[in-house]
Design a protein around this ligand. Structure first.
Ligand code: GZL
Length: 330
């Protein structure tokens, strides 16, 4: 019943916003046991990968376990939808706002509105550009993407020691342009291999973290470079799965003819690692729900929180005992 009431309230809010009038209504009066429940507004970017779907599930389950009321929006990969959702959270006077900045730029105005409304903001998963006024958000919880890129590069250095080839030719599938994971995974990887004459970059192309675009982009790279390609570094498993389809359709053996390094740690990627079709999986955990809820509770209670929180992350490679990898859950 409470859920239906909440959805009705939400729809009423949408009507207000749609009609262009900013509701001055008080936060929905809570009755019964939910009277004192915290209300968290969470703006998610979409469902572009199994990683993202796992991230959404983690937030929903953690809200349930922490007894926090969750107002969640799905931006369908559009920044303007995220900004609209944050404005709706402000109108509803949620206790805390958490959102995934789909790209790093373009958040100043809406974050100023949140600050003026006295609502603390948590950056989840991705960051906003460093030039922004630091007081516009309270904390960042998510991966160290630069470290993930470095891990990918360090695996390649080790792999190169076994290669008879003088030069290893690399292609790269980039994540969403302007997003923190794409920018930092690229920088970390290239900082490790920079200046090493054993490596030559052939081309880097965006696959936008999507399996379909990963396949398309890999098809184009194979058309252009063919068997010259020795290494694929892909910024997420979704694009890697698409790329492997393209590689096998071209009659090449993923993991053998082309060394494959991928990031996220989805079950599908770990399974392919065990099959020898992927050589290295760098973990990026989507399970941020509990951290977000703990931060929400602390912020709502006016407590100090760390500025940056990176979850523990590891990496799985062909050199490891792969039988011990627990099931991934995403
Ligand atoms: C990384 C996250 C990325 C994943 C992709 O934290 O933002 O977005 O690597 C997802 O799978 O689309």
């Amino acid at each position: 019943m409470r859920k239906h009431r909440f959805i009705l309230i939400l729809l009423a809010g949408c009507l207000f916003l749609f009609a262009g009038c900013t509701p001055t209504r008080e936060r929905p009066e809570e009755t019964g046991e939910s009277g004192n429940r915290l209300l968290l507004g969470f703006a998610q970017i979409g469902s572009e990968s199994s990683w993202r779907i796992g991230n959404t599930r983690s937030v929903q389950e953690a809200a349930e376990q922490h007894g926090i009321q969750l107002m969640m929006s799905d931006a369908n990969q559009k920044q303007e939808n995220e900004i609209r959702a944050i404005r709706q959270f402000i109108a509803y006077q949620v206790d805390v706002i958490a959102f995934v900045p789909i790209v790093e730029e373009g958040w100043e105005n809406v974050l100023l509105e949140a600050r003026n409304a006295g609502i603390p903001v948590i950056l989840s998963d991705r960051q906003i550009s460093g030039t922004i006024d630091e007081s516009l958000y309270t904390t960042y919880v998510g991966a160290d993407f630069y470290a993930e890129g470095k891990k990918a590069g360090e695996f390649l250095l080790k792999k190169a020691e076994q290669s008879e080839k003088e030069t290893l030719h690399i292609v790269e599938l980039l994540g969403t342009p302007g997003s923190t994971p794409a920018l930092q995974r690229e920088r970390g990887f290239h900082d490790v291999i920079a200046g090493d004459s054993r490596f030559e970059m052939l081309e880097a192309v965006s696959g936008d973290f999507l399996r379909s675009k990963g396949k398309e982009s890999m098809e184009k790279l194979l058309e252009k470079w063919g068997s010259e390609i020795d290494v694929l570094y892909s910024h997420n498993d979704g694009m890697t799965l698409g790329a492997i389809d393209a590689i096998e359709s071209a009659g090449l053996r993923p993991g053998k003819d082309i060394v494959i390094i991928t990031v996220d740690g989805e079950q599908a990627a770990v399974d392919l690692l065990k099959e020898g079709k992927i050589n290295c999986v760098v973990e990026c955990t989507p399970m941020l729900g509990d951290l977000i809820m703990e931060l929400t509770e602390k912020l709502a209670a006016g407590e100090e929180v760390p500025r940056v929180i990176h979850p523990e992350e590891t990496m799985f490679t062909e050199y490891d005992d792969l039988d011990g990898i627990p099931s991934r859950g995403y």
